[in-house]
Ligand binder design. Structure first.
Ligand SMILES: N[C@@H](CCC(=O)N[C@@H](CS)C(=O)NCC(=O)O)C(=O)O
Length: 397
């Protein structure tokens, strides 16, 4: 009997190798934080064995991923965008999980209670965080353990990001799946506050279809469209069309050049893991031997996974050229006259590309990219707009 292992994606392997049970979760890219998940912590010895086991599994999985054919994932892992309306009061599986951290913002007047289930390093999660922070919307973060994924027990959809949203004066919690679905639903609310979330959700219905691999997948077909209600202006048609096109480009093309680049050579993979170790405070969280195993095994596994992804997404021989090309294409679209694609302020396409790129900000690839393309001024302008919640002024609360 053939035994099939699950194919982990690159961000999962990084998370997998760096997650120490339910205890302190060293984060991988930018931020420092301590995970304080409510679930009872595993015993120390078990945690150690688990780490070493995972490290070994990482190589196995990496090699398996390299050798296996793409497109073998199950229904809920194949790019499905599924919007469920979940009434938590009737969901017996939901666990009372203490957030890993809380992010504040000026848009408290929205009265939205948001909880983001995420991996800190996932580019789709970085994209949602950039969107929320640009608008200054406060939210809580629950870091998902990529191995056990016990935090997602309540959900049929097993990818991150998932956003649980609750409106003021409502006992109902809505589960929004898929980064672009999340952004379009909240984005629609921000242009027309008269419709509540429940009304807007009715426009984002998942549809089942058979994709080119013959698999049944579910997707919200209009996930790049905002619902403008009475605020729709026909003169915006071309602008909105472009914004949608580039949001789609970020999800379907841009994201695929990132991993093969940060793991392009073994040295680069090692640099990336050393950087993760530094920002994730692995020295505090792991013994020296564990930390070294995670760094070296992780870098090796990801080096091979990167090669597989290069082939899968038909990147250039030197994947760096594909990254430069993608960024040049994006900068060409913005042109020399505009600060952002959105004009004076970033739009959803700016936030999507920025958010994804921010996931590799500490890697040597990112410095190389700044040195070899003209993306730097745009990138840091968006960063300033996100960190200072410039979108808040657009919300007429
Ligand atoms: N289309 C989804 C993609 C999300 C996605 O692929 N997330 C990855 C992490 S980077 C994940 O959760 N994978 C888990 C799995 O496949 O089991 C989105 O935009 O949110």
């Amino acid at each position: 009997m053939a035994i099939r292992l699950r194919v982990f994606n690159s961000f999962q392997i990084v998370n997998l190798l760096t997650h120490k049970g339910n205890q302190k979760c060293p984060i991988i890219f930018q931020q420092r934080w301590s995970s304080v998940l409510n679930a009872s912590p595993p015993k120390k010895q078990f945690g150690r064995k688990l780490m070493l086991g995972l490290a070994a599994a990482g190589v196995g999985v990496g090699i398996y991923s390299y050798l296996s054919k793409p497109g073998q994932e199950s229904k809920y892992r194949s790019g499905v965008a599924l919007t469920e309306i979940t009434d938590f009061t009737r969901n017996d599986n939901i666990m009372d999980i203490k957030p890993s951290r809380e992010v504040s913002g000026p848009a408290t007047g929205l009265g939205l209670n948001l909880t983001l289930y995420q991996y800190q390093t996932c580019p789709f999660c970085c994209k949602v965080r950039s969107f929320l922070e640009f608008y200054g919307v406060p939210y809580k973060v629950i870091e998902v353990n990529p191995v056990m994924r016990q935090q997602l027990k309540f959900s049929k959809y097993k990818k991150v990001p998932i956003l649980i949203a609750q409106e003021k004066d409502s006992s109902k919690k809505h589960q929004l799946n898929d980064s672009s679905v999340i952004i379009s639903i909240l984005g629609s609310m921000f242009v027309d506050f008269s419709s509540g979330m429940e009304t807007i959700l009715k426009y984002y219905v998942p549809m089942s279809y058979t994709n080119e691999d013959g698999k049944t997948v579910e997707e919200v077909m209009n996930k790049y469209f905002l619902m403008f209600g009475d605020n729709y202006k026909h003169k915006n048609d071309d602008y909105l069309k472009k914004e949608r096109q580039w949001r789609k480009w970020a999800d379907n093309e841009f994201v695929h050049v990132l991993s093969p680049n940060i793991y392009r050579t073994f040295d680069e993979a090692l640099q990336a893991f050393n950087y993760f170790s530094e920002v994730g405070e692995w020295e505090k969280n792991f013994s020296t031997i564990e930390r070294l195993i995670v760094i070296y095994v992780g870098a090796t596994a990801m080096y091979f996974v990167g090669k597989r992804l290069k082939k899968k997404h038909a990147l250039k021989e030197d994947v760096r050229q594909s990254l430069y090309d993608a960024c040049k294409k994006w900068m060409k679209e913005i042109g020399s006259k505009k600060k952002f694609m959105g004009g004076e302020l970033p739009n959803l396409a700016d936030l999507a590309v920025y958010g994804m790129l921010s996931s590799i900000e500490g890697c040597s690839t990112f410095q190389d990219l700044l040195a070899n393309t003209n993306i730097s001024p745009w990138y840091y302008n968006v960063k300033e707009a996100v960190n200072n919640h410039y979108g808040y002024q657009k919300l007429k609360i």
